[in-house]
Ligand binder design. Structure first.
Ligand SMILES: Nc1ncnc2c1ncn2[C@@H]1O[C@H](COP(=O)(O)OP(=O)(O)OP(=O)(O)O)[C@@H](O)[C@H]1O
Ligand SMILES: [Mg+2]
Length: 479
């Protein structure tokens, strides 16, 4: 299909509709007019023929006819012929090509000469001209003695119709012209805002996101509103991306500056003793490990962002996941003299989950509990369920989180106590990864925490129809 813009689509639709309506209307009008005018004309000719027939029936002799009929006021070019029962012409009003004495026969004369012969009248076209004829039997004393045949030109009717036809064509052309102009301006009014909108988008500077002005409340106004909402979302995403990049660079820069500082002082120290070198190298090593951890977590996160479509949700017993996390953390808890416990139902707790992602989420939360609990404390992992969801509840008797910080702990790189986090090696990414993972399963995380008393993180996973990554919470992306 060739490219046709909306303006021309509107104009051509209008024109086609009007053209079809005009054609149908004129065909109907001309047809009605045609039959009306010709019927009228046929009646007139038949009346004239009847008059002639009644005159000649008074005295049906050649003398009488030839004396009486020339006085009849016939219309111009009309031809009257009188025949006897043998179809021999007794009178012909055309003197030049007179048929008097000859046989003149046609279907309507034959019909009229039959006993109980009938009147008839026809309109026909011959050699491009219209004619109207009429035949009437001549009846004397109840007996058919002959017939009158009258033929006149029908061209006047045809020319009236042709005239009207021309007027209709002219009128149609005017209507089409008017509709053309009218629909072009309507189409212009309709498409102008779209063109303005497109121009605005094309001219928008590459490095900024701007709102389009909304001038109406119609569909185009709605489109502009949706566009502005999209711009807002993009700006929000862009802001998040910027913060993320600046946070990430900052986090990566800190260990790097420490390494630089340590190596500089090593280089500048003349003849350092081996103990000193070893201490510096081990500090540098710690920073390298920290860098590695941050990078690994960043990779985890971006992988979750990008590989959603390759993720597989498989029916899994949640107890296997919590069991695996428990086993992994047990040595860590023992080391720190923390009692770690696991409580779960006796029967299976099946949910379709992306196993690795969910395991990571549970691990990150339980790992925090151990990390932020003083020796001698307890950490418990509980699995339970109700009709709607499965809950993984991880509670500790640790240092707790200040009320105003509770929601922030899910932000990327956020740590409540920065100095302490450096000691514990925290990157501030663990909980944001956990939240992303839980959202991917359409779930949410509830946090209850009190400083110096402890914290409780409850992961709620709804029983859902078969989950596919595409159906997974859209809020996950870009968060
Ligand atoms: N159970 C908890 N008790 C007290 N504070 C906690 C607990 N869990 C998280 N926090 C606070 O929330 C912050 C963010 O936690 P998150 O797991 O995201 O990062 P992190 O533990 O510092 O580093 P990472 O887990 O990436 O190694 C922590 O730094 C800590 O201050
Ligand atoms: Mg953590």
């Amino acid at each position: 299909m060739p490219y046709l813009n909306i303006r021309w689509k509107i104009v051509s639709t209008y024109l086609i509709i009007i053209l079809v309506v005009l054609l149908v209307l004129s065909a109907f009008l001309l047809n009605t007019l045609y039959s009306y005018l010709f019927d009228q004309r046929k009646m007139d000719v038949l009346t004239d023929t009847n008059i002639i027939a009644s005159i000649v029936s008074e005295d049906f002799t050649t003398d009488y006819i030839n004396q009486k009929l020339p006085q009849m006021p016939l219309e111009k070019n009309a031809r009257a012929i009188v025949v006897n029962t043998g179809s021999i012409v007794l009178y012909d009003s055309y003197k030049e090509t007179s048929m008097t004495g000859k046989t003149f026969i046609n279907a309507s004369i034959t019909n009229a000469l039959l006993p109980n012969g009938k009147n008839s009248s026809n309109a026909f076209k011959d050699n491009g001209s219209w004619f109207i004829d009429a035949t009437v039997p001549i009846i004397k004393n109840g007996q058919t003695v002959g017939a009158v045949y009258l033929i006149v030109s029908g061209d006047s009717v045809a020319s009236i119709i042709a005239h009207i036809q021309n007027s209709l064509v002219l009128l149609g052309a005017l209507i089409l012209l008017f509709v053309g102009i009218f629909s072009t301006s309507i189409a212009g009014v309709l498409t102008f805002p779209i063109e303005r909108f497109t121009k605005f988008i094309n001219n928008m500077p590459k490095d900024s996101l701007q709102h389009v002005q909304i001038n109406s409340h119609d569909e185009i106004g709605q489109l502009a509103l949706a566009f502005n909402n999209l711009i807002d979302r993009m700006a929000e995403l862009e802001e998040k991306r910027r913060t993320f990049v600046s946070n990430a660079s900052h986090e990566l820069k800190t260990p790097l500056s420490i390494i630089k500082l340590l190596s500089d002082s090593l280089i500048q120290t003349e003849n350092p003793d081996p103990e000193f070198i070893k201490e510096f190298l081990s500090d540098m090593n710690k920073e390298v490990e920290r860098l590695t951890r941050i990078i690994e977590k960043l990779l985890d996160m971006t992988q979750m962002d990008s590989s959603q479509s390759s993720m597989q949700f498989i029916h899994t017993d949640i107890r296997e996941i919590t069991g695996e996390v428990y086993e992994k953390l047990l040595p860590l808890a023992k080391n720190k003299d923390i009692s770690l416990s696991l409580n779960q139902p006796d029967d299976e707790v099946i949910l379709p989950v992306e196993r690795d992602t969910l395991t990571e989420a549970v691990y990150n939360i339980a790992d925090n509990s151990i990390k932020y609990t003083e020796p001698g404390g307890t950490v418990s992992i509980n699995v339970s369920r109700d009709l709607g969801s499965v809950y993984i509840d991880i509670a500790d008797t640790g240092i707790g989180i200040p009320k105003e910080e509770i929601q922030k702990v899910f932000d990327r790189f956020y740590r409540v106590d920065k100095a302490r986090a450096r000691e514990t090696g925290g990157t501030g990414l663990g909980l944001s990864i956990a939240l992303d993972a839980v959202k991917l399963h359409n779930g949410h995380i509830e946090v209850k925490s009190e400083e110096e008393v402890g914290s409780r993180f409850i992961i709620a996973l709804p029983y859902a129809e078969e989950l596919t990554p595409a159906e997974a919470s859209p809020s996950f992306k870009g968060e």
